[in-house]
Design a protein around this ligand. Structure first.
Ligand code: ATP
Ligand code: MG
Length: 554
């Protein structure tokens, strides 16, 4: 199958191109409302819109759908641009705002009035709701439906001029109150809203509704395929009605695909805004959130998100994607790129009793399979840290780590043997006394010894203090229904550990802590072991564990 025929949308575009029906080639748009930060669901739409335009030699608009000033802000406009860029897409000069078209939209609306296809309605919001009907019953006509054109024009002009209060009137399309599709029951096109707009300031006090605005912006920009999510399927007849009834000779097709849902997450901006607003998370960039800002802070590379979007594909099937697929893509992306280092997250002190003198400087590659990534210096000496879980004084059978009398290799260094366990009065293990074998150096081992396994370590003289944050699911259930009840309040764990000093030298904040997982350096304190202030701690966020039970299907 050709690369460009991956899904029904690419098929459709290919066919349109072959049939020569596209006047301006392939033109798509990504139309976010600047009322929150983008999430990975938006990434699906971004990858699709920008992706098909790239593949078919077209272009993509980044168009802000800024028709509701009560929720929108410049801050969100900026963060959205940053996120789209970060994902790896470039709109070039094609940056637009629905508000750029307010004058044209107003003119189109007035023309609808003149054509007898729109009227000013003075029902209250309640009355309008009550007369709308239900799925099984038709609605009833508004008593204002038969106002004359002259009266409608005058009222609409006065609405614009600020003569009325919010809610006094709306402009409605005059379609059919008995339509089986509720969206066609004389939908509202304009409402009065005395609100300052982040771009047009106080120039307007009436704002167009999404359904009216969107199709007109699409037509004005010559969009060849207006791709949106399935919840707009029922709105398509209205999209088509507006397109057919305004004086513009271009009518883009609206094509719907399913939204991305991710297990153990919520995906709507409204739900995310609520978590942020209630202080349940650390802002929009909390590493547990499915926002692009959160994923970035967690250390998820943009390439992994693009790969994920490619793998989930584009269909009309509503689905909830497993988190494991995203994790798989992250590991795949980081595997060959993240340098590897050793961090001990729950340190147990080891005293190497037969080591004398200055600590020895060893060399280790940043990545065992990619020598081109270079090497780092590593120390070995009298005082070391190993992972508490790598020692047991009551080892189960086949324990491949350290126990009394047993030998183990320290990664890139020497073989040691545990001679003695130091305990405090209550019997807790405080430290281990060990012997090392000078002729067992990694890469130059003539000892003939057979250690039980290999574990990681950090020499005390080489250790920086780190705070490592690990994350669980934000919700306890794969498909959370009740945000408050399903919220997992224990989804962050913080551990104090040590990491080898060389890690602060890497320009790439991504790292694999050997045997533990992928991490992302969030801050670069000096990591001094003496310091106790937060500014001293190096903070690493866990991106993903190493465990990979999930394998993609054939
Ligand atoms: P939300 O419910 O998160 O606020 P939205 O659809 O209201 O989403 P918009 O800013 O209007 O947010 O979305 C911009 C574009 O992103 C739209 O075309 C929308 O269809 C698409 N989009 C939003 N959420 C998803 C998702 N989960 N999966 C795929 N596309 C999405
Ligand atoms: Mg929306």
């Amino acid at each position: 199958m050709a690369a460009d025929l991956r899904d029904f949308i690419r098929n459709r575009i290919r066919r349109d191109l072959d049939e020569g029906t596209l006047e301006h080639g392939v033109v798509t748009r990504f139309p976010p409302e600047p009322n929150g930060h983008l999430h990975i669901g938006h990434a699906k739409s971004i990858c699709l819109n920008f992706g098909v335009a790239e593949e078919f030699g077209g272009k993509t608009y980044l168009r802000f759908d800024d028709t509701n000033p009560s929720k929108e802000s410049h801050e969100f406009v900026e963060s959205i641009q940053k996120d789209v860029n970060w994902l790896g897409f470039d709109w070039g000069e094609n940056l637009t705002f629905a508000s750029d078209y307010f004058d044209q939209l107003f003119a189109f609306a007035k023309q609808l009035i003149v054509d007898g296809k729109a009227f000013v309605c003075s029902q209250s919001a309640d009355e309008m709701r009550q007369s709308r009907g239900t799925l099984t019953e038709p609605g009833t006509d508004s008593p204002f439906r038969d106002r004359t054109v002259a009266e409608n024009v005058e009222l609409f002009e006065r609405m614009r001029a600020g003569a009325f209060d919010d809610g006094d009137h709306v402009l409605r399309a005059r379609i059919d109150m008995a339509s089986p599709n509720i969206n066609l029951r004389d939908p509202v096109l304009y409402r009065i809203m005395h609100k300052h707009h982040h771009r047009t300031g106080d120039r307007w006090c009436i704002y167009p509704m999404y359904d009216f605005t969107h199709c007109i912006c699409d037509a004005l920009e010559g969009i060849s395929h207006s791709l949106c999510t399935l919840e707009f399927e029922d709105h398509r007849p209205l999209y088509d009605w507006v397109s057919d009834n305004i004086n513009i000779d271009f009518h883009p097709p609206q094509i719907e695909f399913s939204r991305l849902g991710l297990e153990y997450n919520v995906m709507s901006k409204r739900a995310l805004a609520r978590l942020v607003g209630e202080g349940k998370v650390d802002g929009w960039s909390d590493p547990r959130l499915p926002t692009l800002a959160g994923l970035r802070r967690r250390g998820v590379p943009a390439g992994a998100i693009r790969e994920f979007c490619q793998r989930i594909g584009v269909t009309k099937q509503e689905n909830l994607v497993e988190v494991e697929l995203l994790e798989f893509c992250i590991r795949q992306e980081l595997e060959g790129r993240a340098p590897r280092a050793m961090a001990v997250l729950e340190p147990l002190r080891v005293l190497v009793t037969n080591f004398v003198g200055e600590d020895e400087v060893l060399n280790a590659p940043w990545h065992p399979q990619y020598p081109e990534m270079g090497t780092r210096e590593l120390l070995f000496g009298r005082e070391l840290f190993i992972e508490r879980s790598d020692f047991s004084d009551d080892p189960p059978k086949k324990f491949k780590r350290l126990s009394p009398g047993a030998m183990i290799r320290l990664r890139y260094a020497y073989i040691i043997r545990c001679d003695e366990v130091e305990r405090n009065e209550s019997g807790d293990i405080q430290a281990i006394r060990a012997t090392y074998f000078p002729d067992s150096r990694s890469g130059n081992d003539s000892s003939g010894l057979k250690p039980k396994g290999v574990i990681h370590y950090v020499a005390a003289s080489n250790a920086l203090r780190v705070e490592v944050r690990s994350f669980g699911h934000l919700f306890r259930t794969p498909d959370p229904k009740d945000m408050a009840q399903d919220f997992n309040a224990d989804s962050v764990t913080s551990t104090d550990g040590v990491v080898e000093r060389a890690i602060v030298e890497t320009p790439d904040p991504h790292v694999q802590f050997e045997r533990t997982g992928y991490f992302y350096r969030e801050s670069s304190g000096n990591g001094s072991l003496d310091g106790h202030g937060v500014e001293d701690a190096l903070v690493f966020n866990q991106t993903v564990s190493l465990r990979d039970s999930w394998k993609p299907g054939p």
